[in-house]
Design a protein around this ligand. Structure first.
Ligand code: EPU
Length: 421
């Protein structure tokens, strides 16, 4: 296992280029299961989660090749419908093969994804949606077994306790593209990754309306064709670099970004005093004066993304005054707090709300452990500004979702390197 070592306290300066969005690539790869043709996906980041998805595709009888950020996907004559436990249990997002597999193959056997360190992550909405399209569903030996000769369009309400669901929307939207008749998804997610997936499906020949709203409509078609698609930039990686510039009092230019996907985050940080200039695909972030404390509440898009909550907490830790974080997507997604506390940061948890007593002095470098992807990013950010050395172990979490993170940070002047534990 690798660990990251960071010697903190240098302002980041320079230019960084954002990679393709992990959370777009994963459902888009799943969507290629809907066709018998070859698909080409461009701007794909080289990440652990993408490699896991490619393994699942191969297990399903799809040939895949990845080179220089381009994935070519080609179905073989050996197609099958079982997504195995060994792979699905390592990445929850793999459940999004259920809808396309069932729609195309008439049967899907997908291992039930397991628990998750960021809290309970049920899949009841996925199952409700797929069932309402007329599939017979069963759970056998830990697998969801779904069958249907041809799915039927229906009216589906996909809201849960915490609002819309990103991957349940993806699953039902993909399944509905090949269903007979019209499907309406109420309380659909409208995250940019869902919009990217819908654009991909439309290119394939799917009939989808009201994309980017909470009421998506899909008219089923008989078949879909292979296409080429360029994935959108990763808004969470972008947000992480914006925060990195703020936390290190830096001055960085972020290229290949979509500032329009981060309105809420940019607004919050500007309110706090960070200078952020945006143009179509570029964001310039400059620390000019001490930041003011912030309060954020995570919500489905276009609200503040839960995937940037942990990183914001690291910034709050070095922003003098009391900041408040309320987590409304995953009320238990706070494992990073105990690790940040080890670095001398004062954070208290009261239910789904964290109170951060930001200090003028820098956190102190420490040995900490990455627990999940975004928590790991928060520790890297804290390490960048900490006094002394920070050692982050178990960074395979980080490699699941941030492409070449230490290379990118080094190019901005950070002192960060990888060692084998
Ligand atoms: N939920 C249910 N029932 C369901 C599905 C979800 O109650 O059937 C609940 C969840 O427990 C949560 C809320 O609904 O409280 C929203 O979860 P959602 O389904 O939207 O999450 P997801 O689709 O499984 C995606 C991202 C996550 C991101 C969330 C929220 C991918 C591959 N994953 O997960 O990304 O946190 O949306 O925005 O798109 C990450 O990249 O680090 C990550 C965890």
């Amino acid at each position: 296992m690798d660990k990251l070592i960071i010697e903190g306290a240098k302002p980041l300066k320079g230019t960084v280029t954002i990679s393709g969005a992990k959370n777009s690539c994963l459902p888009i790869l799943a969507a290629t299961l809907l066709t018998d043709d070859k698909c080409v996906i461009k701007n794909v980041p080289s990440l652990g989660d993408v490699f896991t998805m490619l393994k699942i595709m191969r297990a399903l009888g799809i040939d895949t090749a990845m080179k220089d950020g381009v994935i070519t996907v080609k179905p073989t004559t050996r197609r099958n419908f079982t997504a195995p436990y060994e792979l699905v249990s390592t990445m929850r997002a793999s459940v999004c093969v259920l809808g396309p597999l069932l729609a195309k193959m008439k049967r899907a056997e997908v291992s039930f994804p397991g628990g998750c360190v960021i809290g309970p992550r049920p899949i009841d909405l996925h199952l409700k949606g797929i069932k309402s399209l007329g599939a017979r569903l069963d759970v056998k030996e830990g697998y969801i077994v779904a069958e249907s000769k041809r799915l039927r369009g229906n009216h589906v309400y996909l809201g849960g306790h915490f609002g819309s669901s990103v991957l349940a929307t993806a699953n039902v939207m993909m399944a509905a593209t090949l269903a007979r008749g019209r499907t309406v998804i109420e309380n659909a997610a409208c995250e940019p990754e869902i919009v990217d997936l819908a654009h991909f499906l439309k290119k394939m020949g799917a009939k989808i309306e009201n994309i980017a709203t909470h009421r998506i409509e899909i008219e089923g078609v008989k078949s879909l064709k292979g296409v080429t698609h360029h994935v959108i930039p990763d808004r969470i990686e972008t947000g992480t670099f914006i925060i990195a510039s703020g936390i290190t009092r830096g001055d960085i230019t972020i290229k290949n970004a979509r500032p329009d996907h981060l309105n809420c985050v940019i607004d919050k940080l500007r309110e706090s005093g960070l200078s952020i200039d945006t143009s179509k695909n570029t964001i310039k972030v400059k620390y000019k004066k001490p930041l003011r404390p912030m309060d954020i509440t995570t919500l489905p898009y276009p609200g503040f993304p839960t995937d940037l909550q942990a990183q914001m907490m690291s910034l709050m830790a070095v922003t003098e005054g009391i900041s408040v974080v309320t987590e409304k997507i995953y009320p238990e997604r706070f494992i990073h707090i105990s690790e940040l506390n080890r670095m001398g940061v004062d954070i208290k948890l009261e239910g789904p709300t964290a109170i951060v007593k930001g200090m003028k002095k820098r956190p102190s470098g420490a040995r900490v452990m990455a627990s999940d992807l975004r928590a790991s990013a928060a520790l890297v950010l804290a390490g960048l500004v900490a006094k002394g050395k920070t050692e982050i172990s178990r960074i395979y979490h980080l490699d699941r979702g941030y492409e070449k993170i230490e290379k990118k940070l080094v190019s901005l002047g950070a002192k960060i390197w990888r060692e084998h534990e």
